[in-house]
Write a protein that binds this ligand. Structure first.
Ligand SMILES: Nc1ncnc2c1ncn2[C@@H]1O[C@H](COP(=O)(O)OP(=O)(O)OP(=O)(O)O)[C@@H](O)[C@H]1O
Length: 910
């Protein structure tokens, strides 16, 4: 092969697609915009295609070997000839329009840019695919080297990275020989390897743009930090997270928790953003530095000059002692706020009607009576002034369902999501007997939380009335301001005033009673029975409210520890989100208080463990499709609700899905969530002649209204996908999800425009846009939702590699594949495919949120409104709780544990 000028610049060629001319195989040289050597590439017209390709790559090789080309606006190919695909190939990104690429291109695109014939290109592609060696090896190597540019060692408050290991003082992400930083390096790497991806993955993004400027409008970043943690409680191997945000792209998004939190099943990180702006160099390259001192981690509102890394795990004391037997502190700012706020709470009257026993011991019946008898004057007990005239009856437990209208009337979500509204209304009413001034346990095992089929479903009038009243009485202001949470809502302790669906819960009554009796609520009023686990910011205990037999999960956090580790913002985020929630599949925050220097969150206790553990117990370690469908459906509703509240969850994984006593799920762990504003939008459907709204599946019209009915008498399980005729199936799939869009305008009340550049998530669950640092929004939840469904069905995640770096590369590059076994329905795989589209803008759910996903054929036959009353796949045995009283001697002083207490930290960063 003859020598070619070593200045072939693919990026430039791409820009010149329209003007590149070949004459007899010789591309006419053209002046480079930057005055560099014009790209020359000779392709002998007489040669074979393979020769042409060889020449091309030789040229590329020459180019690659020539140094001195700026990375930001030059093409760089890391290998030559047949080895071209072995190593990462990077296509630079131009920061200057008109110079280099405004968008990165793949090799394939570059080849196109050279006007190589289609046949040549195919040959090249084929040839490259035959290249020896696994490109993954080089990708992993590249990532590893990036990781190793930052090495964190655990130790007492010490973080040392990279070559600063000895000093342990500062971590620099700036590569030694380049002005580019780690973020850029990673992004560039990803761009490079993406070239391979364009051949490998149908879902791969064609773009490799690295945002380098602040594009967002109205974004507020108040909490930016890098936080890494190692959590040893999970069965998952310790892992790493990383992230390097570069820009804010969102419009109108307010980011209050803009962290980079590599929340891989073991390690999390947060990287602050504002400091990046300060360190941004003229060429758009960011210089990032990590500081060992955790005390320097960003505080909300501050704008430090560097990114700092927080060594989360090795606290000075791995097992911190904290006095749980504490006295309420009157000195803390929070307490004083609480005190002042508490006076603002309007007195509420309570209608002493009890509902779910949940975790209430039998003998509470007597206690509860006394509780409610005194509760009317308690200003923390919710108002219930408008008894409903409608009465519904559970078909199974025969308990009376009342107040559906009243309950639902306070549900602002009704305005936003009719499905959820009706669900909420019915759920909140189920198991409640009204009309009595005393708390009454319905004799029929509402306590057992058996699934019920509700007649309400058969009475459209009642449903309609209920939903209408919801609209008229809803109070959006109470809920929808996700960024400006009302401080009144809960600082004073607990209040069910914003949780209409939990207002009849015995546990509310019990807590109100104790608070009234003692004037306040603190840890003295609880018996800690068992340590349930610990996370990054606190330890969770199973606790009994003394004298009530009500069980709770109490998350205890040491404020001093949180402050020292700069984790207060995360705790605050979780607290604020918890305060907003009122949903059957999300935790109820019954109370929050400060005891001594401990911050406590009193939540609903889930005795069924988490879905990760539950999955391991399944035969084959995967769930049957019907069970998986049940769990993901409930998770979907929870995510939809969170999105409506302006919360992008970002940490979906089986470990965070707890199983309630009744077998339904509860999504937990919100400290990594992103809060943003939501602007409900009414989308007019452009589709004409779409299917009419479908309320239920094949059982519609039959007496069966249980959406998950598996009774033998019900020939076709309501929850199973409908068996469609081939023609119908084809039609449906051709139409895609859009084919199910109803002709009515559709309300989208999810933050589809929210943007964050935080690096948050778990390796195997990280969305490609997070890994690439392109900025992300609510679509990341749909990606994780797809991974989640995949894992439940197959017992593993789709992109898991042998190491974290390989996993990340796989997420970005590899196409989705399904194992042959177990057998999974076409609908399920189709849904997963739609969710795991690598480009967030094309991903299922990205446009219209959960509504799009709910309409997928995988959920055909599912009655969303009644899913809460469906029979769960598995109901935990009460004895599973394994409650053991903690040793008496431990009751005075308890220990707080935090994730990663197992030893040295292993931070892995790009
Ligand atoms: N409401 C609950 N009911 C039962 N168990 C719970 C409950 N909340 C938490 N747990 C258990 O306590 C453990 C610790 O929970 P926690 O929320 O503190 O940490 P995490 O979710 O593991 O991670 P992190 O908070 O660091 O993000 C969980 O893994 C879970 O097993």
């Amino acid at each position: 092969m003859g020598p070619f000028p070593g200045s072939c610049e693919i990026v430039e060629l791409k820009e010149e697609l329209s003007s590149v001319q070949y004459s007899k195989g010789i591309r006419q040289p053209r002046a480079h915009d930057k005055g560099q050597k014009p790209p020359l590439l000779k392709l002998g017209s007489d040669n074979s295609l393979e020769d042409e390709i060889n020449k091309l790559f030789e040229t590329i090789s020459l180019k690659n070997s020539s140094k001195g080309l700026g990375l930001s606006d030059q093409a760089e190919i890391g290998s030559s000839g047949k080895n071209a695909m072995k190593k990462p190939i990077r296509v630079g990104v131009s920061h200057s329009p008109g110079i280099g690429f405004s968008e990165p291109v793949s090799l394939k695109q570059a080849l196109r840019g050279l006007c190589i014939s289609q046949a040549s290109e195919m040959a090249a592609t084929k040839w490259l695919s035959k290249a020896a060696g696994s490109p993954r090896v080089s990708e992993a190597g590249k990532i590893t080297s990036l990781y190793r540019s930052v090495v964190v060692e655990g130790g007492e408050s010490s973080v040392s990275l990279g070559e600063d290991k000895g000093r342990g003082v500062e971590i620099s992400l700036i590569p030694e020989e380049s002005v580019s930083n780690s973020s850029e390096k990673m992004s560039q790497y990803l761009q490079t390897v993406k070239m391979k991806s364009s051949n490998l993955s149908a879902h791969s993004s064609p773009r490799f743009a690295i945002p380098t400027t602040e594009k967002g409008t109205g974004s507020t970043l108040t909490n930016n930090e890098i936080t890494l943690k190692v959590k040893s409680s999970n069965q998952r191997a310790h892992s790493s997270r990383f992230a390097i945000p570069k820009t804010e792209k969102g419009t109108g998004s307010t980011l209050t928790n803009n962290e980079i939190v590599p929340a891989s099943r073991g390690v999390r990180g947060q990287i602050s953003k504002p400091e990046l702006a300060q360190e941004e160099k003229p060429n758009g390259v960011l210089a990032l530095s990590y500081h060992r001192t955790v005390d320097n981690i960003l505080e909300p509102g501050k704008n430090p000059t560097s990114i700092r890394l927080e060594n989360k795990v090795p606290a000075p004391k791995l097992r911190r002692k904290g006095r749980l037997q504490t006295v309420p502190s009157s000195s803390s700012a929070i307490n004083s706020t609480r005190a002042s706020k508490s006076t603002r709470n309007a007195p509420h009257l309570v209608k002493p009607v009890l509902k779910n026993k949940a975790i209430v011991k039998k003998n509470f019946k007597h206690d509860s009576t006394s509780v409610t008898s005194t509760s009317n004057t308690n200003n923390e007990i919710c108002t219930d002034l408008s008894p409903s005239s409608s009465q519904l009856v559970c078909q199974r437990c025969r308990c009376t369902l009342t107040n559906a209208r009243k309950e639902s009337s306070r549900d602002y979500v009704a305005n936003l999501a009719p499905n959820f509204a009706s669900l909420s209304a019915e759920v909140s009413s189920c198991n409640v007997t009204s009309g009595s001034s005393k708390p009454v346990f319905t004799s029929n095992s509402c306590n057992k939380n058996r699934a019920v089929a509700v007649k309400a479903n058969n009475n459209p009038k009642i449903r309609e009335k209920g939903e209408l009243s919801q609209s008229s009485k809803s109070s959006p202001g109470e809920y929808c301001s996700s960024t400006t949470i009302s401080e009144e809502s809960n600082l004073s302790g607990s209040s069910c005033s914003n949780k209409p669906h939990k207002s009849k819960d015995l546990r509310w009554e019990a807590i109100c009673h104790v608070r009234k009796q003692h004037g306040s609520l603190d840890l003295r009023h609880f018996n800690l029975l068992k340590k349930l686990g610990f996370g990054d910011i606190g330890t969770v205990y199973l606790a009994e409210l003394i004298g009530t037999n009500c069980l709770f999960a109490i998350k205890v956090m040491d404020n001093e520890y949180l402050a020292r580790r700069k984790k207060m913002p995360r705790a605050q985020t979780e607290r604020e989100i918890l305060r907003m929630l009122d949903h059957p599949f999300l935790p109820t925050l019954y109370a929050q208080f400060m005891s001594d220097d401990l911050s406590c969150l009193v939540m609903e206790f889930c005795p069924g463990g988490d879905l990760h553990v539950l999955r391991q117990k399944q035969p084959g370690r995967y769930f049957p499709e019907q069970a998986a469908r049940f769990y993901v459906a409930e998770v979907l509703l929870a995510l939809e609700y969170l999105h409506m509240l302006g919360v992008v969850y970002r940490d979906l994984k089986p470990e965070n899905i707890l199983v309630r006593e009744d077998g339904h799920i509860m999504v937990t762990d919100f400290d990594l969530s992103l809060r943003c504003t939501v602007s409900p939008t009414l989308l007019k459907s452009s589709s004409v002649g779409m299917e009419p709204p479908k309320i239920s599946g094949p059982c519609t019209g039959s007496s069966c209204i249980d959406p998950f009915c598996i009774e033998p008498s019900c020939q076709v399980p309501c929850f199973s996908p409908r068996l469609l005729s081939t023609a119908a199936k084809t039609r449906k799939l051709k139409a895609g999800v859009g084919g199910h869009v109803r002709s009515l305008p559709q309300l989208v009340a999810e933050p589809t425009d929210a943007r964050s550049n935080s690096f948050v998530g778990t390796h195997e669950y990280l969305a490609p846009e997070i890994i690439k640092g392109e900025g992300h929004g609510s679509a990341v939840d749909w990606w994780t939702f797809g991974i989640f469904l995949y894992e439940l069905l197959y017992g593993k995640t789709p992109f898991k590699g042998s190491g974290n770096e390989e996993t990340l590369a796989n997420v970005v590059l590899e196409s989705l594949e399904f194992p042959d076994s177990p057998i999974v329905s076409f609908q399920a795989r189709d849904l997963i495919r739609g969710l795991l589209i690598k480009e967030p803008e094309n991903r299922l759910g990205s446009e219209k949120g959960a509504a799009e996903i709910k309409q997928h054929p995988f959920f055909d036959g599912l009655n969303w409104a009644l899913i809460r009353c469906a029979v769960p796949p598995q109901v935990p045995e009460v004895c599973d709780i394994g409650v053991l009283n903690m040793p008496t001697q431990e009751k005075g002083i308890k220990y707080l544990e935090y994730g990663g207490s197992g030893g040295n930290l292993e931070f892995e960063l790009f």
